[in-house]
Design a protein around this ligand. Structure first.
Ligand code: PMT
Length: 413
């Protein structure tokens, strides 16, 4: 059977140059068995004609909220109920802002309010517009409300700029749509009603550590804590009792999660070793400094020389020490890599004796350290799962469910 057989996909097209890719997108979704209906904004029609989309989808294209004939054929509420899944591609900054504001002044925005179907947004805009605080606020609002983001991708843009904001390629959008639809076909839990992690204790490290040089200086890294806190929030929403051991961060602790604040790797190691025996699952998302200063100066070091040498000694490996406990929790590490991601991640999985490792390429623009988005490849000794670029909150939900599944399997074996 084709993977999208019988699925009703509503494709919302807004007015960006990437709209020229949508006939191919419709064709590819139909190839996988989906029934596709298209809704266009006025802006979209400046880039591609409804006739083209009608021809490739084999369905009438809807473009107006106030068209009596169209409402007679399939009214906007019927259309909202018809869809199993709504994909908005390309999604301009304007359509994201309208949806985030709860507007319903055209057919597409009205459908977003009127539907119970999951909605995915594939942004497409100039990189400066994507990074603008207004767009980032709308992105965060929509992610919090449960909208899924497919991209944006990075690269050369129609305007000549290079950066984040390109609509993902048609192949990627089709793959992500299939993955998203298969998660609810596989009964991904509704977090509002189901609590599959109830009774489990999750311990999660997050953020950076700081290694003091003297009373005013330290060595650290760019971790913001966003990835670890998103995992904590997702696990908590699915019913787990969650404790976060966090280095210094400036983000809010997710509700109903306990936070233990630490500064250095040695502090984090001690807290983790104390708390881990109680935990069912340990996720090491923190960016722990591998080395600390051998002799921390008790007074501020003076700039008396042109060069200076710091003696560093290795910090304890927290995740490896947890994995070595006789009563160890199911132990998940992270691997932050800039090259040969799979090779290094698999090396850490084996060397640290982990149950699972989530690898991210921290050299790719628009993901990893201090970004709102990330992409992961999750390895166990016998398989791997790709979690493509998405908001950290969306990615965390997928990761937590994957950990839960592997954890349950480990209890059976
Ligand atoms: O915090 P954000 O800004 O959201 O960024 C997220 C992130 C990039 C920090 C996160 O996704 C991530 O990759 N975290 C792991 C960072 C890291 O230190 O990776 P590593 O490859 O150097 O370490 C491998 C594993 O060993 C990690 O699980 C790490 O927590 C652990 N480790 C490392 C050293 C040490 N002394 N003790 C450890 O437990």
């Amino acid at each position: 059977m084709q993977i999208l057989q019988g699925k009703k996909i509503l494709l919302g097209i807004s007015g960006g140059i990437a709209a020229y890719k949508t006939p191919e997108l419709v064709r590819r979704l139909k190839d996988k068995g989906a029934d596709v209906r298209v809704v266009m904004t006025e802006g979209a029609k400046a880039f591609i004609t409804p006739l083209t989309l009608q021809a490739v989808s084999a369905n009438a294209v809807s473009d107006s909220l106030l068209d009596t004939q169209a409402e007679l054929a399939m009214g906007h509420i019927e259309l909202a109920k018809w869809a199993d899944f709504i994909l908005i591609a390309p999604a301009t900054a304007d359509i994201m802002a309208k949806i985030a504001a709860g507007l319903a002044n055209d057919l597409l925005t009205t459908l977003c309010l009127a539907t119970a179907a999951p909605i995915a947004i594939a942004p497409a805009m100039n990189q400066q517009m994507w990074h603008n605080s207004a767009t980032q606020n709308n992105f965060n609002t929509l992610s919090t409300w449960g909208y899924t983001f497919f991209g944006p991708g990075t690269g050369e843009q129609a305007c000549g700029d290079v950066g984040l904001g390109r609509m993902l390629d048609v192949d990627e959008l089709v793959d992500l749509t299939c993955q998203k639809i298969s998660t609810f076909d596989n009964n991904e839990p509704n977090t509002l009603t189901e609590q599959p992690l109830k009774g489990q204790k999750w311990l999660i490290t997050a953020g950076p550590t700081r290694e003091a040089i003297d009373p005013v200086r330290y060595i650290s890294n760019h971790s913001s804590g966003k990835m670890g806190f998103a995992i904590a929030s997702a696990a908590q929403q699915l019913g787990a009792d969650v404790t976060i051991i966090s280095g210094p961060v400036s983000i809010t602790t997710p509700s109903h999660c306990r936070k233990v604040s630490i500064i250095s790797a040695t502090d984090m190691h001690q807290q983790a070793m104390d708390l881990a025996p109680e935990a069912n699952i340990f996720v090491a998302c923190a960016a722990v400094a591998d080395y600390r200063i051998d002799n921390i100066a008790s007074e501020k070091i003076k700039k008396s020389h042109n060069t200076m040498q710091l003696n560093l000694i290795k910090n304890p490996d927290i995740v490896a020490d947890i994995a070595a406990l006789s009563n160890k929790p199911f132990t998940v590490g992270f691997a932050a890599e800039t090259q040969d991601v799979e090779h290094y991640a698999r090396g850490k999985l084996a060397r640290k004796n982990l149950d699972m490792i989530a690898a991210n390429n921290v050299a790719s623009a628009g993901q990893g350290f201090n970004s709102d988005n990330n992409a992961l490849t999750v390895f166990t000794t016998d398989d791997e799962k790709v979690l493509p670029l998405a908001s950290k909150s969306e990615l965390a939900k997928q990761l937590v469910l994957h950990i839960q599944q592997k954890f349950e399997n480990s209890l059976k074996s």
